[in-house]
Design a protein around this ligand. Sequence first.
Ligand code: LMR
Length: 409
Amino acid sequence: MKPRFQSVPAAESIPIVVARDSCVADLNENKVDLVVGAYRTAEGEPWVMPFVKKIEQKMANDPKFNHEYLWFLGQDKFNTLAPRLVLGDRNPAILERRAFGVQTLSGTGALRMGAEFLVRHLHYKTIYMPSPTWDNHALTFHYSGFKDLHHYRYWDPARKGVNFDGMLEDVRKAPENSVILLHMAAHNPTGCDLTREQWTLVADVMEKRNLFPFIDAAYQGYATGDLDRDAWPVRYLADRGFELFVSQSFSKNMALYGERIGCLTVVLAKGRSEDATNILSQLTLIARATYISPPKYGAEIVTAVLSDPELMEEWKKCLRVMVDRVLSMRSGLRERLEKMETPGDWEYITNQIGMFSFLGLTPRQVEYIRIKHHVHMLSNGRANMCGLNDKNIDKVAEAIHDTVTKVHD
Ligand code: LMR
């Protein structure tokens, strides 16, 4: 028989896979892994939050727990509670039944399902994403059928902050019905969010140009430690009357990475709650054609938390632990670099928020720090601050000092 697959070319490499693979292959016992965006404890270990363990034990001992399918759009209670988390219980969109959720395979599943829906049913084809953004955004929208992928300016390397004028100028150029992808909180990879005033100005442009906000809420609670405060941009846009999609993930904020639990939250226009039925019927087909139904285990855990005030309090405490640890690592790193008089202005490390710092190292500097010092990060200079701890922070600061002193391009 004639082989048929020889024409398949190798796929382009994925930056995070390249960085992770070289970290795994590095056998140096003092290597430092700042690659993947996952929380690590002060001991450098993954964290199962105590309340999650408690729920898991309860599930394991519950004679009624089973592994039946969820139905296509996931667990009903989860679908009611997840939108409330991002919009707030008293949000008019919730009260007027103009907002609903669909359980997805984490945040990426929500992006993918929402994007496919926009292509199939509204014939959208143009998306504007921040530059830089999480590298999977472009791939997900492209594979969902978006044809015109653009980036709006977001990061200003000189000021090490948001290039807001550039952003506004680029968003203003977007044709009507373009999707504008926005990070709700703790922007990945820059760690720089818009101020409330800036959100207001972006909303003015989106409203005037009839653009569609798709908000990636992968880090609710991770920016400030406060779930409500981090969700302000979504609540603000919903209050202004935008129709919008939100991709929610519980990977980072509940450390349920491998359980693939997320939600596509849909907010409809004022007075249009009746559109929900048809939209849900179409999302059902997308889910059924893709994976039939989403996984149950993560949905059970998140639902247990969101429906129990005591567990909610325990979760909030855990969020605070994570955020405080990251903040202390940020200030520790900045302090050390300033003490060594490392060339550069390091204040931005503590100005940035969330899991990542965009250290501003060039690809050559990233390569140097990896080979010479066994410190691993993404080639764009994104470093996971949770990978730092008391045992490795001196080494990382000295490695950055050596790198920026010796490598200049
Ligand atoms: C990250 O940004 O590091 C994570 O979301 C994991 C990934 O695959 O990109």
